[in-house]
Design a protein around this ligand. Structure first.
Ligand SMILES: *Cc1c(COP(=O)(O)O)cnc(C)c1O
Length: 364
């Protein structure tokens, strides 16, 4: 007889990562195309000489480097094995069976998984017609069982974002006993004009003085370290200390800590890459708009194409053309911006065979 597994797990679909096909151009996982910087590789190699020892479970050097960069106390920072681990740990510190977690849908695919794994109930609030979070509807979805609200800013996969003035009004309306998670995985790609509101989004500033607000950031996207798994949370020390209780010990490896510290030292160079990506984002979006696609503005390193029930067909055809995209069943397709040559390969498809599928999606 097999062991008794929690029956509720049967209803949870596992997280589905973007596909890999050898030889294809992968624009499916919001990774960075440029590889690691030599200095980061050297730091990993140097750290590798010590991997017979456990990592620093408190990630002290990394948290101090982050504290210096962000201008906050190190006791306001927790690190995790990717920010997705921290997201899971945040659910664990506030919610269990019978509790509700509110987030927008469609948004990051990991949210329903981490909420259900904790035994809590997801409350999914549809995006607006402009593919943005419907903040008023999210407020209206709060009940006396709500323990956490997640705001993905900019939203993966649709790209919509808010400035701090808009978010501050939202946060001030949320009852202060509810944990609000601002997931800023893509914030380094966000530029003025990419968001609703006037103040540039900065969850760290919003969390200062709001003890129920936590910001999640990651080294996986702009910092190019998706393969070593490291992210961080900034929040009130009481939240950081609760996180330490549910943290899987040593889950941020020695190599990840060293890579993250070296990446912070090279922040100027890595963030300059985001400037180049933002130029490509505008170029690709303009080219798509020019041939008739609807493409909402995006504050991330990706663009959203609302293809409805043609999403799977579009993604299958682009795979055929050698470009991997990410399809979201009946909603649409997300394309990650790569380097100019990769983006050109995508545009060749999108303005060729892809265009017919787009037009088909508009009918009916
Ligand atoms: C990619 C992503 C993350 C972070 O992933 P990690 O690699 O686990 O740090 C978090 N939130 C969103 C919305 C993402 O798209």
């Amino acid at each position: 007889m097999t062991a008794r597994i929690r029956p509720d797990l049967a209803a949870i679909a596992p997280y589905v990562p973007g596909r890999n096909v050898p030889g294809a151009i992968k624009l499916a996982s919001n990774e960075t195309t440029p590889g690691p910087l030599p200095g980061v590789l050297a730091a990993i190699a140097e750290a590798a000489t010590g991997i017979n020892r456990y990592p620093d479970n408190g990630a002290v050097a990394l948290r101090e480097a982050l504290a210096a960069r962000l201008g906050v106390d190190a006791n306001r920072i927790a690190t995790g094995c990717g920010s997705v681990s921290l997201c899971q740990e945040l659910v664990q510190i506030v919610a269990g069976a019978g509790d509700e977690v509110v987030y927008a849908w469609r948004s990051f695919e990991a949210y329903p998984v981490v909420v259900k794994v904790a035994g809590a109930t997801p409350v999914e609030v549809p995006l607006t017609a402009e593919f943005a979070h419907d903040l008023d509807a999210m407020l209206a979805a709060v009940t006396d069982r709500t323990r956490m609200i997640i705001v993905c800013n900019p939203n993966n996969p649709t790209g919509g974002a808010f400035g701090n003035d808009v978010l501050a009004r939202f946060l001030d309306a949320v009852p202060s006993h509810i944990l609000v998670v601002l997931d800023e995985a893509y914030i380094e790609y966000t530029r003025p004009g990419d968001y609703d509101g006037t103040e540039h989004p900065d969850g760290v500033a919003l969390a200062e003085g709001r003890p129920n607000v936590v910001v999640l950031r990651t080294f996986s996207k702009a910092y190019g370290l998706a393969g070593v798994r490291v992210g961080y949370a900034v929040a009130d020390p009481a939240i950081i200390s609760a996180l330490s209780k549910v943290h899987v010990p040593f889950s941020v490896s020695t190599l990840a800590q060293a890579a993250a510290i070296a990446s912070l030292e090279a922040a100027d160079e890595l963030l300059a890459r985001t400037d180049r990506l933002v130029v490509e984002r505008a170029r690709v979006r303009d080219a798509l708009l020019a041939v008739g696609y609807e493409v909402p503005r995006s504050g991330g390193n990706f663009l959203w194409m609302p293809l409805g029930d043609q999403a799977a067909a579009y993604s299958a055809a682009s795979t055929e053309a050698g470009v991997l995209l990410r399809a979201y069943d009946v909603d649409g397709v997300r394309v990650t911006l790569g380097d100019p040559a990769e983006n050109d390969a995508f545009l060749a498809f999108a303005t060729g065979a892809g265009l017919d599928i787009w037009r088909a999606s508009r009918k009916g």
